[in-house]
Design a protein around this ligand. Sequence first.
Ligand SMILES: [Ca+2]
Ligand SMILES: [Ca+2]
Ligand SMILES: [Ca+2]
Ligand SMILES: [Ca+2]
Length: 409
Amino acid sequence: MDLLGEGPAVALVTGQRPSGTPRPIYLTTFLTLVTALLAALIIAPDSASAAGVSDVRTVHTNQETEGDGPRVPDIISTSADNAVVAWREGTLPGRVDEGYIRYSYTTDGGAKWSHPKVLAQETSEYLWHYVTLYQVGDELFAYLGRTPVLDDSETDGDGNNDNGLPINDIVVKRSTDQGHTWQDYAVDMPLDDPATPADEGLGNLAFAGRPLQLANGDHVMPYWASGRENGVLYSTDLKKWVARPAIPDPNKYMGGEPQLTVSQDDPNKLIMVARSNYAVSKVSAVTATSDNGGQSWTDWALDSNVPSNDSKVFFTTDSAGRYLTIANTSLDASAYRKVLNYKVKSPGKAWAAAKLFADGPADDPTPAGTGAGWDTYPMADEYAPGKFFVVWEHDTSAIKVSRLDISDT
Ligand SMILES: [Ca+2]
Ligand SMILES: [Ca+2]
Ligand SMILES: [Ca+2]
Ligand SMILES: [Ca+2]
């Protein structure tokens, strides 16, 4: 059966993503090789393998912030040299999951990052909860969840919005210069307006995982919303987005921050991977699959191969069909969110053992008073086969980026 009636319903996006600015690829590749060879000779004579984690950089640090610091970053690489990172930065004491949205870009493969710029400023009325990035051809899109400064519905009765909810608008920005500048881009999202009694759509519609483009050109974007409903929005034109049904959750796994990718075994099957609720599992993510572009899903089920520790699980399929997951995995509550590991599964093989991805200093200043030593909330983007830029938050005081090379696995 042809799932969408137009050839393969789903195909690996990474394999079909058009390149960015045209460039002499052989020259670039040659220079990259020369540079890498020189770097290996000069800097790392004891490096036995190119594989694994390298080139860790701090994109941005803020030890003075009064909210919950620079957090929840995302990254898109448009080439081996060019990438853009965006994140939320807290601004108000005692308030979490809200702030303004900043971004920084590199043009030299991550060695240097631009001074942070503002993607979405806070105002007297509004703050921002999240930013999620998506590349379609030469265009980049940033999806931003807006939240009010004031919120009378909270039980503390102080009238302030202390938790980044409700989401009362979704704003989209578009860049055509690899994330250096951004312009407003109007969209129609199925979001409930919390100020009206009518039901206009999903409550607190939020995006934490990367959208992907189906083989027929349409787009699917993983969402989560009030009640920990997870599913995909669907769009044919990147303008109007329609919600498809939520993933059934009869066992109350309460998935969150879902990541969407394509099965390494079946290009017509979507896989959703999400953090589970700590009350359900401290060790395993939940997964579900769809063979019709997200119009229906299998029930959420625990997957013991994919770790989750009550925080975001990054999960993708690379251009060679490998699964890559990066997540916090510790069973020790004292190590909550403090260590990131990664795992790889090549097509037709079992999951390889977890390897250390990041564990930064435990004694950083954590301006908000929480998150000391955290290394958490990873996102990644493949810039060459099996090679990724990865971004994550450290200590609620820094945004970090490194390379991760799984090409020899
Ligand atoms: Ca309040
Ligand atoms: Ca609130
Ligand atoms: Ca409403
Ligand atoms: Ca750490």
